[in-house]
Design a protein around this ligand. Structure first.
Ligand code: FPP
Length: 275
């Protein structure tokens, strides 16, 4: 599988809308034929952003929705194939009840408010995680957002919601066991079979994992899928992660030499093709 996307090397000048002088300089350096196919983002630092301003933590989450909007729209317009945002982990239930309720309501409001933007940008939306453990209203809204965008043919936007990487692998194994239901028990489980049962079955693995706010952790996010992802950690707090910071992450990705365990990227590609 190719890990960069072949696409026109030029972008219509108006594709991103008005750009700042800083963004224009960064865009000029970007090779549009070598963008990641799939970008995954750990949106961290909302609480610290709010604390620095003597605001409540939830104000940071609210401000973070603007960064989500900018990232989604920019990636869609750059024709990135897939974007996955980590919105709520299975561990996040340990937060204060009021913060959890705020986050759930923020997501519901966001889905309602941003639907025109998603439709305008031909974005197909889906959710990764265990939906059955979410409040009924959230389940309904996420189902509707999935259905309303199901026929869009552009970027696939996945929101990881009540998501855990280990839980996902356990769910995949259980799905395989259920399917077999006592049959074919001696057939070994292969990497391909397991990958086909992950929440992300139809997506390429992320090529680029972005984490904001400086923590050097993976935090149980897409554990299987990020095996070969390039990791970009920035000190920028998520609410400050604007379009220029995103373009910097993409430029940094383009400087990396990807070897997939081989000697150089050519051999890596050959080895993958031979598998
Ligand atoms: C981590 O910051 C962020 C979250 C747990 C929530 C992320 C949610 C949003 C950005 C809301 C909008 C998202 C969508 C997709 C609508 P933190 O609270 O852990 O920050 P801290 O580490 O500074 O405390």
């Amino acid at each position: 599988m190719a890990h960069t996307r072949t696409q026109p090397a030029t972008l219509a000048p108006e594709a991103l809308g008005p750009v700042t002088p800083e963004e224009a300089v960064l865009l000029k350096k970007l090779d549009l034929a070598r963008l990641p196919r799939h970008i995954a983002v750990i949106m961290d630092g909302n609480g610290r952003w709010a604390q620095k301003r003597h605001l409540l933590r939830v104000a940071g989450h609210r401000a973070g929705t603007q960064s989500a909007r900018t990232t989604i729209e920019t990636c869609a317009r750059l024709h990135v194939e897939a974007l996955t945002l980590y919105a709520f982990s299975v561990e996040n239930w340990r937060r204060p009840k009021a913060e959890i309720e705020f986050l759930m309501q923020l997501l519901r409001d966001y889905l309602r408010k941003e639907m025109p933007l998603l439709q305008r940008n031909n974005v197909r939306m889906r959710f990764l995680g265990r939906p059955e453990e979410l409040p009924a209203g959230v389940q309904k809204d996420t189902r509707e957002a999935t259905e309303e965008t199901a026929r869009n043919t552009g970027m696939v936007l996945s929101i990881a919601l009540n998501y855990g990487g280990r839980a996902e692998i356990v769910d995949a194994m259980n799905a395989i066991l259920m399917e077999r239901n006592g049959h074919g028990g001696t057939q070994p489980v292969t990497e391909e079979l397991l990958a086909r049962h992950l929440y992300t079955a139809e997506l390429p693995d992320p090529d680029l994992l972005i984490r904001t706010s400086g923590e050097m952790r993976v935090s149980n996010f897409l554990l299987w899928q990020i095996a070969y992802a390039e990791i970009f950690v920035t000190e920028t707090l998520w609410p400050d992660f604007n379009r220029a910071r995103l373009l910097e992450a993409l430029l940094d990705f383009q400087k990396r030499e990807r070897r997939y365990g081989g000697i150089d990227s050519e051999r890596g590609a050959a080895a993958r093709a031979a598998r």
